[in-house]
Design a binder for this molecule. Structure first.
Ligand SMILES: NC(=O)c1ccc[n+]([C@@H]2O[C@H](COP(=O)([O-])OP(=O)(O)OC[C@H]3O[C@@H](n4cnc5c(N)ncnc54)[C@H](O)[C@@H]3O)[C@@H](O)[C@H]2O)c1
Length: 268
């Protein structure tokens, strides 16, 4: 019961297809650890599906529809969480979309969308939740960035820049509110086999999908892709009081990939 009696907002708590997304796995893990979960998604059915899993296990979950890139919807979402659960102890900012391409391939509109959905949304949710946490004496914010925010992974300029910005947003907020009990940290997942990634690879590589997955697997020193649960356990630690002295920093969840200059699996 590592989150006993805590209320946790999970933004992007659904999954775009069958399987475990980072948000869905984290929401379920939070509930298993005693949190009351406020599952937020722009797709209400996806949030409800996550809540159904939690309730089937005996947990507590409320589903709420909200596009976190819209200020009015974010403010209403935070008010709804307070109305339902009376407090907010944890905010997991998990929403992030990806549009692949370098500066010559990425459309200007997609650059703007990446910045709005991946970065501005976190500013908006923090802006709405921090006053609540301050009035309660503290809280934990965890932002989902990416190893693309620290290293070149593939031509992905808008996504990489947005995730670099998430890291700095995290650090800035963490330091500003440290003395007032709010911690703000990030997780940086690497190659994680969530439905968003596997579906995109299947669609863009229908003939050699298995090969593309194998290529990714071979780039990870651990010799496998990560799962949403690998991300969820790192988020759980940062959300819980176990990490009380961990602030304005990040956990890389990538099987050793970022640390490796060779990009290969050793000893196999
Ligand atoms: N999967 C990976 O390999 C990987 C690697 C690094 C980082 N990440 C990061 O993890 C996070 C989640 O990725 P995923 O693949 O698990 O999730 P996902 O793409 O399946 O999205 C989870 C949910 O977010 C919701 N969502 C999207 N835009 C929204 C919005 N504007 N407002 C509210 N909800 C919205 C979707 O409806 C979906 O249910 C992202 O920030 C992503 O950048 C993923």
């Amino acid at each position: 019961m590592r989150l006993k009696d805590k209320v946790a907002i999970v933004a992007g708590a659904g999954a775009i297809a069958e399987g475990w997304s980072n948000g869905k796995a984290t929401a379920v893990l939070f509930a298993r650890e005693g949190a009351r979960v406020f599952a937020v998604d722009r797709d209400l059915a996806a949030a409800e599906e996550t809540c159904a899993v939690i309730r089937a296990e005996g947990g507590i979950c409320t589903a709420h529809r909200c596009d976190v890139s819209r200020a009015d919807e974010v403010d209403a979402m935070v008010a709804a969480c307070l109305a339902a659960h009376g407090r907010i102890d944890v905010l997991f900012n998990n929403v992030g979309l990806q549009v692949v391409g370098g500066p010559l391939e990425l459309a200007e509109a997609d650059w703007d969308r990446l910045m709005t959905v991946n970065v501005k949304s976190m500013y908006l949710t923090c802006r709405a939740v921090i006053p609540v946490m301050l009035s309660q004496g503290g809280g934990a914010i965890v932002n989902n960035a990416s190893t693309a925010g620290i290293r070149f992974t593939y031509a992905n300029v808008g996504y990489a820049a947005s995730k670099g910005a998430v890291r700095q947003l995290t650090q800035n907020i963490g330091v500003q509110y440290a003395a007032r009990g709010i911690r703000c940290n990030a997780v940086l997942p690497g190659y994680i086999a969530t439905p968003r990634i596997t579906d995109r690879l299947k669609r863009s590589n229908p003939d050699d999908y298995e090969e593309r997955i194998e290529e990714r697997r071979r780039a990870v020193p651990a010799g496998r892709l990560g799962s949403a649960w690998d991300v969820a356990y790192a988020v759980l630690y940062l959300a819980s009081d176990e990490s009380a002295f961990v602030n304005a920093t990040e956990i890389v969840v990538d099987g050793g990939q970022t640390a490796s200059v060779t990009g290969k699996v050793w000893g196999t």
